[in-house]
Every structure is written in structure tokens, then in C-alpha cells.
Write a protein that binds this ligand. Structure first.
Ligand code: MOS
Length: 775
């Protein structure tokens, strides 16, 4: 970096600091969320239990997923994967594959088109790639499982067979595949451009001086993504235009990123994603879409690529492994003097996510001194990536187990200990909480769960062979709203509205909930509102991730609604009951506009448009930048309660009861939110009890790339899960709502582990909590 560049960087850094301070100090009213969303407190559809509008399409098979788009002349792709972690290909024999029945093309680095490396997630506004490695551009291998050849054939079976007869030999190079060795040389972790290290006071000294303490280490393994829908894309070129139907969580990001790879304008790439069969952070841009597009170009044929289940494990990153230290120093009354949460994660040099497990510790508890940090050990492996609550899912396991351990040491009820350390403002940023009612979630939860029946001494409740125990833990996940939200709103003279937005339906019920919210905002019945989404040509760069899509869309629709009011006021006849009013004086109700505070001054949408001789009005608007998250400390919360039965003979754990008591602002659709909570908790039960990627440290290869050997919870593993919520609106969030997509997987692992301790007196600090560790 030149001196000028360094100086420029310093100025930019200083400007950012000043901006950040200014947003922190600004009067509430200047910021998004400064005035409560008028929808808060209005009775309507919001809060009701409404079934997913796409439900009938899904159960009848009419919902079309990425791998179900037919294309004339389409061929099928299969991938061959490297078997060494690092090195060069010494020989590549594709003759048998080329001669195999039905084969149209064998693509390797020798004939692949020249492409730029994919833009790595978070390095640009619309960067969507899980890693930044060049895709099939040379003979290099950077991880065990990297695609080394792609076959196109007339059928999937022909492509798979041809792939199986490709022979590759390697000149291997030394690779970092042993975590203990990689840990010898760690690097500071950073997330979203900020260092993860944060120190307030002298936490080690405060810990040393504290009369009560825990200082313990926890380990969590790698996890792989196992969405029901395999990663898939169907695509074709027409000239320099690429159409790609992709099960992706970020259509706008994918279109832009693929355009960069092929040196195109983003408008030359059209990505659709009408339905996603589960994403959880994995359905972004990976090598398979790029390779399929490159092969389609070479072959001049449309291509469908569907990764095999093994292919998902080879090509798509998952959650990385962590080793975490949690140390808490406390007074006899339980108040924390010091909170230390540090550790090491495995990560590649070419991806963006250091599994930021310390984020919960930054705002969960009051303490006088803090030290939190994530160090990164570089390994040669498939690029790790986002997986439901990346950071928080495993970070709350360590933090919330340590709080439990301290509670036993102090002889204080674990719920009570948490409540005693409830902060009044964000303990590390000093920002006020926008809305935090976790104590209420605990109080309601303890009553509902029957927490008072918990055996105080571990290992003391037994029914036959079964040891029974209860545990609790705090769930927490940040409220995010990402920049780039925009929406187009069309209102017709029949009183129907259409919202268009580049959003995604991954099974969460996004479109259903947005139809409800938009109907309430416009004062229309739900069946007069259509939501159009899942297409990169639509407005906005709304990503389905970070549990923020709903807030992002909500803010964009609110802005579009305001634009609509402005347009409609301009169309008013002079004798309209609303003539002469400003947009700020007007709201929507009952299919029209009215004067705020004087509901009798009303004009229906149909009348306004008909009298103006208009068929429809269309407005497009952008959501304001998400400054609220720099002005308030905003999070979703939950109090998780678990009851387990551990078999004293076999060590088998059965979760017998689970309650999630949530505080996530206002709940928009009770049915789909409950489903999100339960889904998160079920994934958390998998994290607690069974999920583990077996990584062969001799060669960096994943050894259990199938659902037969990588265990996820099935129906028999999951009890009836009870979920409740405070339903207290956040006055500073659109609709008063916080995200609900990821919160359920946080805290769950610790609640299970704490219940197992209560049942057995055995404290297991490394996941998963399998029976061998309990015998
Ligand atoms: Mo999520 S890991 O933000 O899809």
C-alpha cells in the first residue's frame, strides 16, 4: 500500500468512525425506526395464524423448483471430484468418459472458458460466492473434493457413469489438514469488516480476583448442509444472455456475481428462484452453477446440474469446527465481574466466515470486564460458510453451558443467575436496547415448563433405567436489516395490489407473511394482494439470510406505500374529501386513504383511480439505509427449556420435552413463525445430539458424505416442541418485528447439554452429545 493509499484509508476510517458516532448520538426521530411503524398496534391480519399460500402448490407438486424447469435440448451435468487436498493434477484421462454413451462434453481446466474468480461474499454489495478460488482454470487442487471435471450427457445416468471412468493422478503438495497443527499459527478473526477481538477493562485480572469462577473449554465439530432440495440449477445461454433457474437465497447477488465471472453486465444474467427447498445459508453461489454455465456455453446446449448428496458435501461448505474458552468471574450473589469468551476456528484462506461465535457474549450479560475474540487457523478444506445462526448456534452452546456450570458452583438457580446479570443497556456498545424482554420470556417459560420441578442436585431423579433432568439456556440472534431493500407496488382501479421484490421463498412463509403485512398496510383484504418475488429482474437486493428478509421487505414496502400515497394524492379531484392534504396527514384503511385522526375523510382507491381515469398506479421505492442497528442494540431473544431422559445402561439421550419461550418483537404470522421456531430448535437438537462431519485429517476428506452416516434428527428424535412468545412490538423495527429464522437453533445445544448434566451429573463439553461420552 502506498503512503497516499494508507493516508486515504486512515481518512476513510476516521470518517466512518465519525459517521458511526453521529448515528449513535443522533436524535431517535432522525433515524429509520425513530417513529413507530403505524402498523404496530393496529388490529388486522398481522399476528393471525395463516397457512402458507404456497402450501397447496407444494403438496400437489405444482411448485417448480430449480431442477424441474424443462428446457428444449437440455443435457445433464455430473462432476468428478479431486481426491487429494492440495497439489497439481499430474494426469487426467478423459478418453473413456468421452467415448461413453450419451456424452456430449467433458470439460476440464484444459477446455473450460476463461473466467474471473467468483466475488467472495461480503467483499462487495452483491458478492455471493462462498469462496474466491478460480473455477477450473488450471491444474491446481485446493481442497479434497474440488471439481476437476464436468461431464454433460443426454441423461443423468450417462453423465454419472462417464464421470466414474475419468482417471486423475496427482502430484500432491503438503496440506494443512490437521487442526492441532494449523492452530500453531492463528490469525485474528474479523467479520463484516470489523475485528472480532473486543476488550473492555482487564478481564483476566478481574477473573483472577473474582471469588467464584468457571474457566472451561468447549469444542464443536464441523457440520454439513443437508437441505432437502439438493443444490441445483437449470440454465441456458441465448447469445450473451444467461438465464439460470437456481435454488438460491440471493437472486440479485447471484446474477451480479455470475456476471462478474463471465465478464458480463449484470443485466445479461437473469436468475430466478421461485422456491428453495431449504437454504440455511448454503444456497449461495458455488462452483456448480458457474461450471454448469461454462459447460452450457461450450456445448451450446441448456444444462441441468443437480449435485448428488455427496456432491453437496464436496462442493458446498458447511459450519466449521470451533474450540472455545469461556471464563466467568462472579461475586457470591452471582453478578459477573468478568466475561471471557475466546477461541479458535478452522477456516480457509479464501472464504469470508470465521464462525463468529463470540457475538452472543457481547450483549447477553452485564459484566464489568469483557474479553471476546475469535482466532482463525487456516486449513486446506472446502470453504466453510454460513449455516443457520453462524456463530451464535455454537457460541451459545459454550457460553450458556458455562453460565450453567457457574450456577451450580454458586448454588443459584440457572434462570435466576441469568436474570441477575440482565444488562440495562448493551454492555459492550453502550447502546440502548430497542426492545428486550428476555426476563419476561424466562418468567413465562419457567411457569409453563414447570421448571420448579427440576431436581436441584444432578443425577437424583430416576425412573427405572432412565435418568431425568432439566436444563435451560438463553437464545439470542442479532436483528439485521441489510441495505438494498426496494419494492415496486402496483395498485389497480379494481383495488388490487401487487408487490414486486427480489425476495425468496425457502419454506419460511415469506410471501404469505408479506401478503398479510402489505394487505394491512394498504388496508386491503389479503386476497387482493399478490406478492411477486424470486427473480433478479425485480427491484431490490434483498437477501434471504441473517433472519432479516422480512424486515428488509417490510421497510421497502413501507417506503413504497408512502410513495403510493404521494401519487394518489396528486390524482385527487378538487372536491375529494382528501383534497389539499399532505402525505404525512394520510393513512390507509378499508381499501382507500383517510385523514389521520379523522377517519370519516376517506376516498377509496377505486374511486381515486377511476375518477382520475387511471387503470393503475405503480411506484417503486427504496428502504432507508439500516441505520437503526447502529443506534439501538437490536436482537431476537429466547429462553430455552429442555427435559431429557438419559438411559443409565446405554447412555442414550431422549429429549422428552422442549419449550422455546421467545421475545422477537411482534409475531407477524403465528403459524409460520411457530414453524420457524420449531425448525430452528429441531436443527439445534441435531447440533446437540448427532450432527458431526467426519473429517479425515490425513487427507482432508469428508468421510461421511451421506444422510446414512451424517445423522440429523428424524421424527422419532423430536418430541412435541412447545413454543410461546412475548409478542411485544419493537417500536424501532418495521412492523415491530424481529427475525425468527435463526433464533431457534441458538441456545438449544446448551439447553440439552445442561439438561443432560442435570440428569446425569456428567458435563460433556464437546458436541455432539453422543452416548459413548455418557457411558
Ligand atoms: Mo442464514 S445462515 O443467514 O441463511
Amino acid at each position: 500500500m502506498s503512503a497516499i493509499e494508507q493516508a486515504a484509508k486512515k481518512v476513510q476510517g476516521a470518517a466512518q468512525t465519525v459517521m458511526k458516532k453521529a448515528v449513535e448520538m443522533a436524535p431517535d426521530g432522525w433515524l429509520p425506526g425513530g417513529k413507530p411503524d403505524p402498523l404496530i398496534g393496529r388490529a388486522g391480519l398481522i399476528g393471525q395464524s395463516i397457512s402458507r399460500l404456497d402450501g397447496p402448490l407444494k403438496v400437489s407438486g405444482a411448485a417448480r423448483f430449480a431442477a424441474e424447469f424443462p428446457m428444449e435440448g437440455m443435457v445433464y451435468a455430473a462432476l468428478a471430484y479431486s481426491t487429494v487436498p492440495k497439489g497439481r493434477m499430474a494426469s487426467l484421462d478423459i478418453d473413456a468418459a468421452k467415448a461413453s454413451a450419451g456424452v456430449v462434453l467433458v470439460m476440464t481446466h484444459l477446455n473450460a472458458p476463461r473466467m474471473k474468480p467468483p466475488p467472495l461474499f461480503m467483499t462487495a454489495e452483491k458478492a455471493a460466492s462462498g469462496d474466491s478460488l478460480p473455477v477450473m482454470q488450471d491444474d491446481r487442487v485446493e481442497w479434497n473434493g474440488q471439481p476437476v471435471a464436468l461431464v454433460l450427457a443426454e441423461t443423468q445416468e450417462q453423465a454419472d457413469h462417464a464421470c466414474s471412468v475419468i482417471r486423475v493422478t496427482y502430484d500432491p503438495e503438503p496440506a494443512a489438514t490437521v487442526f492441532e497443527e494449523a492452530k500453531a499459527d492463528t490469525h485474528p478473526g474479523s467479520f463484516q469488516g470489523e475485528p472480532l477481538l473486543l476488550e473492555i477493562g482487564d478481564a483476566e485480572a478481574a477473573l483472577a480476583a473474582a471469588p467464584y469462577k468457571v474457566d472451561v473449554s468447549y469444542a464443536t465439530p464441523r457440520h454439513n448442509h443437508n437441505a432437502i432440495e439438493l443444490h441445483a440449477a437449470t440454465l441456458r445461454w441465448s447469445g450473451d444472455h444467461l438465464v439460470i433457474h437456481d435454488g438460491v437465497q440471493a437472486v440479485a447477488h447471484a446474477a451480479w456475481s455470475i456476471a462478474q465471472v463471465f465478464g458480463l453486465d449484470e443485466k445479461q444474467v437473469h436468475v430466478t428462484s421461485p422456491f428453495v427447498g431449504g437454504g440455511f445459508g448454503s444456497k449461495t453461489l458455488w462452483q456448480h452453477q458457474i461450471l454448469a454455465a461454462a459447460a452450457a456455453k461450450l456445448a451450446g446446449r441448456p444444462v441441468r446440474i443437480v449435485l448428488s448428496r455427496e456432491g453437496v458435501y464436496r462442493v458446498i461448505g458447511g459450519r466449521t469446527r470451533t474450540e472455545q474458552r469461556v471464563a466467568i468471574g462472579a461475586q457470591a450473589d452471582g453478578r459477573f465481574d468478568a466475561l471471557i469468551h475466546t477461541g479458535v476456528v478452522a477456516m480457509t484462506t479464501h472464504n469470508a466466515l470465521p464462525e463468529p461465535f463470540v457475538l452472543p457474549a457481547r450483549s447477553a450479560y452485564a459484566a464489568s470486564a469483557f474479553k471476546v475474540d475469535v482466532e482463525v487457523a487456516h486449513m486446506d478444506m472446502v470453504a466453510n460458510t454460513f449455516m443457520r445462526a453462524p456463530g451464535e448456534a455454537v457460541g451459545t452452546f459454550a457460553l450458556e453451558c458455562a453460565v450453567d456450570e457457574l450456577a451450580y458452583r454458586l448454588g443459584i438457580d440457572p434462570v435466576e443467575l441469568r436474570i441477575r446479570n440482565e444488562p440495562e443497556k448493551d454492555p459492550t456498545t453502550g447502546l440502548p436496547f430497542s426492545s428486550r424482554h428476555i426476563v419476561e420470556a424466562y418468567r413465562t417459560g419457567t411457569k409453563r415448563f414447570g421448571w420448579s420441578a427440576r431436581p436441584e442436585r444432578p443425577g437424583t431423579r430416576r425412573e427405572g433405567e432412565w435418568l431425568i433432568g432439566m436444563g435451560c439456556a438463553t437464545a439470542t440472534y442479532p436483528y439485521y436489516r441489510m441495505p438494498g431493500g426496494a419494492a415496486r407496488l402496483t395498485l389497480t382501479n379494481s383495488g388490487h395490489a401487487t408487490v414486486e421484490i427480489a425476495a425468496h421463498e425457502m419454506g419460511m412463509g415469506t410471501t404469505t407473511t408479506q401478503a398479510m403485512v402489505t394487505a394491512d398496510r394498504l388496508g386491503l383484504p389479503m386476497d387482493q394482494v399478490a406478492v411477486v418475488y424470486g427473480d433478479s429482474t425485480l427491484p431490490g437486493t434483498v437477501l434471504a439470510g441473517g433472519s432479516q428478509q422480512t424486515a428488509s421487505i417490510g421497510a421497502a414496502v413501507a417506503a413504497a406505500h408512502r410513495g403510493l400515497i404521494v401519487e394518489l394524492l396528486e390524482l385527487l379531484a378538487d372536491d375529494s374529501p382528501l383534497a389539499g392534504l399532505e402525505a404525512d396527514e394520510v393513512g390507509s384503511r378499508d381499501g382507500g386513504l383517510y385523514k389521520l385522526g379523522a377517519p370519516e375523510r376517506f376516498a377509496s382507491y377505486i374511486d381515486i383511480l377511476t375518477q382520475a381515469g387511471r387503470d393503475s398506479v405503480t411506484v417503486e421505492a427504496k428502504a432507508p439505509p439500516p441505520l437503526e442497528i447502529q443506534h439501538w442494540s437490536m436482537h431476537s431473544y429466547g429462553a430455552m427449556f429442555c427435559e431429557v431422559r438419559v438411559n443409565a445402561v446405554t447412555g442414550e439421550t431422549r429429549v422428552s420435552r422442549f419449550l422455546g419461550s421467545f421475545d422477537c418483537g411482534r409475531i407477524l404470522n403465528a403459524k409460520t413463525a411457530a414453524s420457524q421456531f420449531r425448525g430452528g430448535i429441531i436443527m439445534g437438537l441435531g447440533l446437540a445430539l448427532m450432527e458431526e462431519t467426519q473429517f479425515d485429517e490425513r487427507n482432508g476428506r469428508i468421510m461421511n458424505p451421506s444422510l446414512a452416516e451424517y445423522h440429523v434428527p428424524v421424527h422419532m428424535d423430536v418430541p412435541e416442541i412447545d413454543v410461546i412468545w412475548t409478542d411485544i412490538p419493537d417500536p424501532h423495527a418495521p412492523m415491530g418485528a424481529h427475525g425468527v429464522g435463526e433464533i431457534g437453533i441458538t441456545g438449544t445445544g446448551a439447553a440439552v447439554a445442561n439438561a443432560i448434566y442435570n440428569a446425569t451429573g456428567k458435563r460433556i463439553r464437546d458436541l455432539p452429545l453422543t452416548l459413548d461420552k455418557l457411558l
